[in-house]
Design a protein. Structure first.
Length: 343
């Protein structure tokens, strides 16, 4: 790590991940203030160039947190670090430590920073459609667009972690140490988005149960055979990564009085696995994409909604995705994918 920075800073955890890459690139391009990138692994060279400081370390490490607390003036936290849904099922206890305890430690960091600065710290938290747990396919079809307060019965550790962290954020925003004489419940301004499956052209999937869609595309672009682990009629909401990054930045930027709830659904398109496969094959006719259903992962996908109601996000802070299904392919995914694998 370089420098001893006292200028207002933006902290991005999980900086090496799919969303971290896109977020740091956008923050840097838009001339944002000092960016601090934190990840378990050393940051990619391209990201290091865009950050004023980078730290390779575990967000559960007290020394890392103490260093952040003492050396930086953090006004905004984008807490992206997490163990994703598939990996979390193999190591649920580790997932709880990273996803829940790590989030609580960073919320406390934000609280302490706000006390030191004398100003509220904004805390942006990516949640997930994994917080939902619909009991059957028939119920899923009947449910239609699912709202934020419906079917919050996750069947994965990741989903449980995310749902609990949404409540932790609400607590730190409004009720933290509410019985203490010096309690400052509004010191953290927590804002969360429940993201659908995300499709990125620039980074590879990294362990999400919705990753069958981007995995198809990246495999086809590389001339590799791919066996999709869900049925062809499987349907959940998706979004192109640029829209996800734009949503985070848009929610971060709106005045607090416009934010009427701590957690928002957003979505863009909801193709079946077969529709996604057909669209990939239209671009790569020689690709080999088959189905080899993993019944356990299928059950997880079946428990997630086919679509979500994002009325509140559109009303409160003007969410409006730029990429529908066709435009995502023609204007974002295919130009970036072809450029990536032509190198």
């Amino acid at each position: 790590m370089t420098g001893h920075i006292r200028a207002p800073a933006i902290l991005v955890t999980g900086a090496n991940g799919e969303m971290g890459h896109g977020l740091i690139e956008r923050l840097s391009r838009e001339g944002s203030q000092t960016i601090i990138g934190v990840d378990l692994r050393p940051l990619d060279d391209a990201l290091r160039e865009r950050c004023a400081a980078t730290i390779a370390g575990d967000i559960l490490d007290p020394r890392l947190l103490e260093r952040l607390q003492s050396e930086f003036d953090i006004h905004t936290v984008y807490h992206l670090a997490a163990l994703l849904s598939t990996r979390a099922e193999f190591t649920p206890e580790a997932a709880h430590r990273v996803n829940v305890e790590g989030t609580m430690l960073l919320l406390k960091l934000a609280y302490e920073q706000s006390r030191w600065r004398g100003e509220t710290v904004r805390f942006l938290f990516p949640s997930s459609i994994a917080v939902y747990g619909i009991p059957s396919i028939a119920t899923k079809h009947e449910a239609g667009k699912v709202g934020e307060r419906e079917w919050n019965f996750p069947i994965t550790m990741y989903g449980c972690n995310k749902l609990y962290c949404e409540h932790l954020g609400r607590y730190y925003s409004s009720h933290y140490r509410q019985l203490a004489a010096d309690g400052e419940g509004s010191a953290v301004d927590f804002r969360s988005i429940r993201f659908p499956g995300l499709v990125s052209a620039t980074t590879l999937p990294s362990g999400g149960t919705s990753d069958y869609a981007p995995e198809m595309l990246h495999a086809a672009a590389q001339g590799q055979a791919y066996a999709c682990f869900v049925r062809e009629d499987s349907q959940i909401p998706f979004m192109a990564m640029p829209d996800a990054i734009d949503a985070l930045l848009r929610l971060q930027g709106v005045p607090r009085e416009q934010v009427t709830q701590p957690v928002y659904n957003i979505t863009s398109f909801s193709p079946t696995a077969e529709k996604f496969r057909s669209r990939v094959l239209a671009e790569f006719p020689e690709a080999s994409i088959s189905y080899a259903v993993d019944t356990k992962r299928q059950a997880i996908v079946d428990s997630w909604p086919a679509d979500v109601d994002d009325t509140a996000a559109r009303r409160d802070w003007g969410f409006a995705p730029q990429y529908d299904f066709e435009r995502a392919f023609s204007e974002y995914l295919m130009p970036e994918i072809r450029a990536r694998y032509a190198r």
